[in-house]
Structure formats: C-alpha cells, structure tokens
Design a protein around this ligand. Structure first.
Ligand code: SF4
Length: 240
C-alpha cells in the first residue's frame, strides 16, 4: 500500500510523498520501461518516470480529473496533461474560457498557470494501454483522497474527463463523506450531478481517439468548462 502522509499535510508535503510511491509493481515497471526506451521525438530528454502529482492552483475550486498520466506526456514531463495531444486540446479550451494563462502546456517550466483549477489523475502512474487494473485504481485512490481532502474547503466542481474518471470522482467524493445517489449517476458527455456542495460534471476524454474523430469538439469541451467556471465563480478571479 502507498505510504500516505499520516497527518494533515500540505499539498507540497503530499506531493513529496507521492513521487516516491512504488506500490504498484506493474505500473512502476511500465513507467520506467517507457522512460528507458523513450520515443524518437523526445530523444535526449530525461523522462520523469515517477508518479505524477496533481498540479495547478492550490486554492482551486475546480478539480479536473483524468484517468492517468500519458506514457510520453505526464510520465515524460512530470506535469499532468503536459506534453501530449490530450493536454494540447484541454489547455487550449481552458485558456479560451479564462482558466489557464496560456493555450499550451509543453513542459513543466513553460510559465503556464491555472486560475482556480487543479488537475489530477485518478491513477498517478502511466499504465500500459492507459488501462490500470481495478487493484491499481484502488491502491492509488488514497492519493486522490488525500489531495481532495486538502482542497475540500473550497471545492465546488469536479470535471471528470471520461467514464473512468467519472466513476473515480463519485467514489472519491463518497469517501469524503458526501452522499452519492443510488444507483450511481451514469457517465455521459455534459452530465451534471449535484453532490452536496460539489457539482460533478462530465466530458468525453480529450484523447486523440475522441478529438480526431469529432466525438469531442472544442466547443463541446468549452461548454463543459464554461459551466464549471460559472458554478465555481464565487471562488474565481474576475473573467479576463
Ligand atoms: Fe503509487 Fe498510485 Fe503509482 Fe500505484 S499508481 S505506484 S499507488 S502513485
């Protein structure tokens, strides 16, 4: 099991513990194997090859929840949704709706900033074929719970990207003590469910499989993020 902080840690203390986690042997092996073999386009780059922490505004009222870091994206750059096509699509949308400083997220030192938003993955290490096992999902849930607990006082919106994140978000909010309806609300693009003080919204995942085929268009994602922004507006800076 992961070595979670035993006291009410800060986000920085949580991240410092997280990046040393090796609780899932298959994922540890995969993240390091991918780093060792690399990709021609990233020749010469040192991969992060560790768990990828949540990133963004420590005072966030919006959490964007993904599945897991991409093998050559977050697992390379060390920042979630950074350095891959999914991230390109997502950050462009965040910028259009005023939640990100820049329309791109290329690497960890690129000057990007999120406004009122923190993004994180339900599983913090890149899995083979983007498919963590149920055991790996459950093993990693403690890190998600710990981060959400620290954000909870200001948290108003969870934007779940894809069905895996939708289910993980509901389970995580239930573990925070929030009542979740039974049967559990089902995932659909633009689904919205009020869970106590938190609204969970859904979007199709901005994977190339969805964005290249038009299943998810820029305007569809903009609409979800605009709703998130409106719901969390009390905690956000004025729109630019
Ligand atoms: Fe640790 Fe989560 Fe990575 Fe498993 S997936 S090794 S629990 S950080």
């Amino acid at each position: 099991m992961p070595q979670l902080p035993t006291t009410q840690a800060t986000l920085a203390q949580l991240d410092a513990k997280l990046i040393d986690c090796r609780a899932c042997p298959r994922l540890v092996n995969w993240r390091e194997q991918v780093a060792a073999s690399g990709k021609r386009a990233y020749a010469g780059q040192q991969y992060w090859a560790r768990p990828v922490p949540g990133w963004g505004d420590p005072q966030a009222s919006i959490v964007i929840l993904g599945l897991a870091p991409a093998a050559h994206g977050g697992n390379r750059t060390g920042r979630i949704f950074t350095g891959d096509r999914s991230g390109d699509f997502l950050f462009a949308a965040l910028h259009r709706v005023g939640l990100a400083r820049l329309p791109t997220s290329a690497h960890a030192e690129d000057g990007q900033q999120l406004h009122g938003v923190r993004m994180m993955a339900a599983v913090r290490c890149a899995p083979p074929a983007n498919k963590p096992s149920p055991l790996e999902r459950d093993t990693c849930a403690g890190w998600l719970d710990a981060e959400l607990a620290l954000l909870r006082p200001r948290l108003r919106v969870v934007v779940a990207l894809g069905a895996f994140a939708w289910r993980a978000g509901l389970s995580a909010l239930a573990r925070q003590g929030i009542d979740i309806p039974r049967p559990r609300p089902r995932f659909a693009h633009a689904a919205q469910v009020q869970l106590g003080p938190v609204t969970q919204l859904a979007s199709y995942h901005p994977s190339q499989q969805n964005t290249f085929t038009g299943v998810l268009t820029p305007s569809m994602l903009d609409q979800v993020l605009t709703t998130a922004r409106a719901l969390a507006t009390v905690c956000l800076p004025p729109a630019p």
